[in-house]
Design a protein around this ligand. Structure first.
Ligand code: NAD
Length: 478
């Protein structure tokens, strides 16, 4: 008797579904069209993204532009709704900046227009270097910007012809999944392509590891702290790692102090200091130290006295780990919280609208070495610019992520640039200007310091391919 395989598979799936099991695991992946990128099983998420990659490979660049257009449009038109959702789920950061980050994704992340080819033209003809997709990329996203990172990565990756499977941070998984669902739904309606971005809706370390190791995942992008950076770099396949930062600021005696203060507040207070590029500790030469603190107050920040700084340090910095692994970390009750919450934690009331708290500390205060991700900045008094740069270097821990200087002395800028050796080095502006927000250049939510790709673009997610024409098609002279 001839067995109808499809019928049997459907019956098995139906029975398992009624029993509450995952029929797909036994009978192969269900038809993925119509899932709009949402999967519980990482293998299914990869399979659907792989299938979508095959389909995308047959589409035009214009189609890629349209696909990305839907991601941009949703980020822009639905920024308030999705930004609110992100804040309600993660409970860290600021609503105005959650909204602004989605708008930044819509307007500031490079897409298809960023692609280019290189050419060698000579006596022996032409060689064209083109940038091809990898295939399916496995991506890990942080809680600090869950949907903005996913949307930014998706724009970059799809622009260069890849598809992506996300393992989001568990504390930001719902908003990431909702965004991915909306993107896929709009793209499916317009172009009939689903699952260009897939997401594991119940992410765990195990699902991340499954994606890391999956043979159909060709490349990894991880955005997060030291733990995930280490895990990704131990994999047997290439990983692009956007790891942690602890950006120091140096202010020398030649700086425009009011401008420096406004910049430090703009960058350091952004989303309550959740950005990996955000100003985290400030080293000021003693000649202008008191004047700099006065400038911070003029710019609207609230200064804490020595006792208050001590109380906040006790409340907001805690330690984890045992023995040699014991280290300080920000306390979750304060991480990414409003300045008013920090102030309340030490029994202080501050006026509404204050964006930043600050106070004098020495460089042994944990707020200096810890990536605190909260709107309190420690200011350290330094003998001269050399001491300030050296303390800045130590506080950055060699992450080579981001550093900022306020100065009009080109020699000091050059010295700090060389010594800190960071991926982003911003002079006389807020850190966010280094990502194009008030400065030149494009933006990204994944800055790959440890592995060296820098501020990611569509070209970051490509393989070089060379196409050579021998002794012909050079149409110049002899
Ligand atoms: P996190 O390291 O706690 O989590 C990041 C992601 O990694 C999450 O999805 C988490 O579930 C996953 N993860 C953690 N350990 C893992 C492991 N061993 N294996 C697999 N996955 C693992 O970081 P976070 O709190 O979400 O984000 C803040 C950190 O990320 C900060 O250190 C910040 O500097 C950094 N960050 C860097 C960039 C950048 O572009 N370089 C951008 C944003 C955030």
């Amino acid at each position: 008797m001839q067995v109808n395989e499809t019928l049997v598979r459907n019956v098995v799936q139906e029975v398992l579904k009624r029993l509450g099991g995952d029929g797909a695991a036994v009978a192969g992946p269900p038809k993925a069209q119509g899932r709009f990128g949402l999967f519980t099983c990482p293998d299914e998420a990869v399979a659907a993204a792989r299938d979508a990659f095959e389909q995308l490979s047959r589409r035009t660049l214009e189609d890629r532009r349209r696909i990305i257009g839907h991601v941009r449009r949703i980020c822009l038109d639905q920024a308030v709704e999705l930004g609110t959702m992100e804040l309600e789920e993660t409970k860290i950061g600021r609503l105005d900046h959650k909204i602004e980050k989605l708008q930044t994704v819509a307007l500031g992340i490079p897409g298809v227009e960023y692609l280019r080819s290189e050419v060698f033209s000579g006596d022996h003809g032409l060689a064209v270097i083109e940038h091809a997709p990898f295939g399916v990329i496995g991506a890990i996203t942080p809680v600090t910007h869950s949907l903005p990172t996913a949307a930014c990565n998706a724009i970059n990756m799809i622009a260069s012809g890849n598809t992506v499977v996300f393992n989001p941070h568990p504390s930001g998984k719902r908003v990431a999944a909702e965004g991915i669902r909306r993107f896929n739904e709009a793209i499916t309606r317009d172009l009939g392509l689903d699952n260009l971005m897939t997401i594991v809706v119940e992410p765990t370390l195990q699902t991340a590891d499954r994606i890391f190791k999956h043979r159909d995942v060709s490349l990894l992008l991880v955005t997060g702290g030291a733990g995930v950076a280490r895990a990704a770099m131990q994999q047997a396949k290439r990983a692009i790692v956007a790891g942690p930062g602890n950006p120091p600021v140096v202010v020398d005696e030649t700086a425009d102090l009011d401008r420096a203060a406004r910049s430090i507040i703009r960058g350091g207070a952004y989303d309550n200091n959740l950005l990996c590029i955000g100003e985290k500790q400030v080293f000021v030469v003693r000649e202008v130290f008191d004047a700099m603190l006065a400038a911070m107050e003029r710019a609207g920040a609230v200064r804490l006295g020595a006792r208050e700084v001590e109380a906040l340090t006790k409340a907001a910095i805690t330690s984890v780990g045992e023995g040699e692994h014991k280290h300080d970390v920000p306390h979750r009750d304060f991480l990414g919280k409003d300045p008013a919450v920090l102030a309340r934690g030490i029994g202080k009331t501050i006026p509404q609208g204050v964006e930043m708290l600050f106070g004098e500390t020495d460089d042994s205060n944990p707020f200096v070495p810890v990536e605190q991700m909260m709107p309190f900045l420690p200011f350290v008094r330094c003998r001269d610019v050399d001491e300030a740069i050296e303390k800045a270097r130590l506080s950055e821990h060699g992450f080579r992520h981001t550093a900022v200087i306020h100065s009009t002395n080109v020699n000091n800028m050059t010295k700090m640039g060389k010594i800190l050796d960071t991926t982003l080095f911003i002079k006389n502006g807020p850190s966010i200007a280094g990502l194009g927000s008030g400065g030149e250049g494009y933006g990204s939510f994944s800055i790959a310091g440890p592995t060296g790709e820098g501020i990611t673009t569509p070209l970051t997610f490509t393989r070089e391919r060379r196409c050579s024409m021998i002794d012909n098609l050079r149409i110049l002279g002899k």
